[in-house]
Design a protein around this ligand. Sequence first.
Ligand code: FE2
Length: 668
Amino acid sequence: MATYKVRVATGTDLLSGTLDNISLTIVGTQGESHKQLLNHFGRDFATGAVDDYTVQCQQDLGELLIVRMHKERYSFFPKSPWYCNYVQICAPDCRVYHFPAYQWMDGYETLALREATGKTAAEDCLPVLLEHRQEELRAKQDYYHWRVFVPGLPNYVHIPSYRPPVRRFRNPNRPEWNGYIPGFPILINIKATKYLNLNLRYSFLKTASFFYRLGPMALAFKVRGLLDCKRSWKRLKDIKKIFPGHKSVVSEYVAEHWAEDSFFGYQYLNGVNPGLIRRCTRIPDKFPVTDDMVAPSLGEGTCLQAELEKGNIYLADYRILEGIPTVELNGQTQYHCAPLCLLHLGPEGNLMPIAIQLSQTPGPDCPIFLPSDSEWDWLLAKTWVRYAEFYCHEANAHLLETHLIAEAFFLAMLRHLPMCHPLYKLLIPHTRYTVQINSIGRALLLNEGGLSARRGVQDMPRYYYRDDSLAVWDALERYVTEIISYYYPCDAAVEGDLELQCWVQEIFNECLLGRESSGFPRCLRTVPELIRYVTIIIYTCSAKHAAVNTGQLEFTAWMPNFPSTMRNPPMQAKGLTTPQVFLDTLPDVKTTGIILLVLWTLSREPDDRRPLGHFPDIHFVEDAPRRSIATLRQRLAEISHRIRQRNKCLPVPYYYLDPVLIENSISI
Ligand code: FE2
């Protein structure tokens, strides 16, 4: 007779416990136990419970490999889902085995959990283990499929039970929202995600926090008429009243300094879209800026050519927005432009705009605006550029380059890496809740080049985004290097890992749509290639998203700084802009209200947070990766300390890449 001490931990989120019967079967190298009911004749498997049981077996089972958890009906009670954190078993020889689950069991089903040691398929020699990893992948590939979202964009998760959100409350008088209750689109759309499988959905706590943040503010906006008024703002200063009680150092600074050229330039470095500008070594033909135009901005004793040669000229080119058609919103045509903005890094270290052209095609109807133009012409020209920034930021930097890509990484991982795979263990914390927030985003916000390149900004002063992102990247790369090197001792181990290669191939096909120009590989051959690949994924799902997400409201609360749409065509001549034209070009009250309500909700992580490097789910059990996790946290704490010290001396603190504020995954 052999005695096994079994410990089962139930999740701590509300409603994680179950009334159903839970039994278990233990599988070892020497045999298999009988299925045994885990029952203390009391309240087993309650939320947050850690229950201990004793299981007797006829024989010693040898080294433990797998436990099967069986969830079955209990008496007349209705089915209730159960979130299992983990199972731990202490064998007769006192060796403790950890079996990570960290997932929901919804119906009456059996879940087979492997012992936690990370193994690639090449390291699995027992048929029972090989069969288990193949069965796990087969089940996931049967359940999770790729689906085309919009041709040209990364494909996304399609699961059989998922229904695209139904557009209810159709109202022909309000075609702009295509039937959503005005002002409450998120509330409706979060309901649409109820079709998601429990393992993909927000926890109860996170959902409650999401509603708690959104609900009262949505109601307040509605009562104050901010969601219904289709007129222009009467006075700019009225915009300040939108969030009377919710101000931060940054949002206050923005409202105070938004019209200043130096702050306009600053936002290219440390705003919410800090990866766009590039050093300019030659003025492009499509932007015929002359020396005379910019001489007053450059100052005495220099000229445009000299500044170009010194590397002090930068270009923001929004050509990606060229050709976007105009749209109707609130019964009014909304316009686009694809501007070019030239900036100069002055001797004091300030990046200043010196010329703006609102189209990619120069000509008599497309003047080049200069700081010497009338105050309102120059301000509106800059505001057009800020609008282009808003579009590029939300559609490209935020949605495409973080949210959509991360979901595709996640789906490929689910379909090709079994839970025992070291890369699964490494990546799973960085995928939490991404499908849920993307489902909301797709339903709510979306109606119908390479990932890295040298941009010539390495010596730009006061570029805190660059400094902080390099520091976080370095910490992540060292962490990934340690863990990958532990599991992949040589390049052949990478090249020969078929699960890994299928995962990479599927990301290339379904996320990058087979585009070689993306710079993403279709296979990995060496350990350094794998390290870089995994670091990019973790960085994208954590720090990169934090950089473009967290500051959204702070930079937009003063709407003229970051308008979401423009109601007049781009200016075709100088001298025609008045304060009233400026107000009539900005978004109307309703559009401002809706956008700020959305950003209010999305710019702060609801509760149930997991900051970068905090991995409470124990997927790794070996000493080496556990040490690497501890070291990562230490390094991130040091970076956080340095950022906080630096910020004390800055008029506008830059804290979006403070590791304490970065989430492990894209979950908002
Ligand atoms: Fe986001």
